[in-house]
Write a protein that binds this ligand. Structure first.
Ligand code: ADP
Length: 236
């Protein structure tokens, strides 16, 4: 089932075009990695998908199977929570806000969903802890659980492992893959880590100056773009 169809998408800031004629589609249970150098427009595209930035050209069409408020999101930015005295449970529960509409309180169902995701990500023992006291890896697990509270369909992750050590990074990638496989959760992930991307993703969207690749990971591995981005040598 197609969730999102993007055709001829362009984005610009003032008069500067950042992305031009980007075409790709998102199918249920896809795991799409968005690759590209700094400044290639990855975050801009994510903003477009989240309806936070309007394309200067082209369109983003959501199918009947998904609404734009059924997207979970995990950003790279943790700064908004830096000085915020919230418990792990409260942070995870706040992931329900996007699904609540105008209802000004959390229901039992919201709390049950938060608890389910806390269990799923193995952070039950941290539930009452203050978010700011956790390690970087624990905080990202909490934010992943928070993202999952907003969706059962599509999760967008923008550089989710930035600043984490290699072991914690691998654990987080494994968790994301597990969620993709066991729940058929559609994943769109922005990452710098091309090697990790080709290990787990079903599709690659590679943004580069006037060049663009979208296709399966197997197809991507055969391209010159992949060879260059992965630092030459054979891609396996
Ligand atoms: P990436 O996520 O791949 O690093 P971005 O989407 O953040 O790329 O940025 C793409 C380009 O758009 C960059 O040249 C950046 O300077 C520019 N840009 C991003 N946000 C803004 C903004 N709010 N105003 C003006 N230019 C911006």
């Amino acid at each position: 089932m197609t969730f999102i169809e993007c055709s001829d998408l362009s984005f610009s800031y003032e008069n500067k075009t950042v992305l031009s004629k980007v075409n790709f589609s998102v199918e249920k249970a896809d795991y799409i990695c968005i690759l590209g150098e700094n400044g290639s427009g990855k975050s801009t595209l994510v903003k477009g998908l989240l309806n936070l930035k309007r394309p200067s050209n082209g369109k983003i069409v959501f199918s009947k199977g998904i609404k734009s408020n059924e997207i979970g999101y995990l950003s790279q930015q943790k700064s908004m929570l830096k000085d915020f005295p919230a418990s792990v449970f409260e942070v995870v529960l706040s992931g329900r806000l996007s699904s609540m509409g105008i209802r000004p309180f959390y229901t039992k169902k919201d709390k049950a969903i938060a608890n389910k995701n806390i269990e799923k990500l193995g952070i039950s023992h941290l539930k009452k802890k203050s978010f700011v006291e956790l390690s970087g890896g624990q905080q990202q697990r909490v934010l992943l659980a928070r993202g999952l509270c907003g969706t059962e369909k599509l999760l967008i992750l923008d550089e989710p492992v930035t600043g984490l050590d290699p072991l914690v990074t691998l654990e987080l990638y494994d968790l994301i893959k597990m969620i993709n496989e066991t729940e058929k959760m559609t994943i769109i992930m922005v990452t710098h880590d091309a090697r990790e991307a080709i290990k787990h993703a079903s599709h690659i969207l590679h943004l580069a100056n006037k060049q663009l690749f979208f296709g399966t990971t197997e197809e991507y591995k055969k391209t010159r773009m992949a060879e260059e981005f992965l630092g030459g040598g054979k891609v396996d």
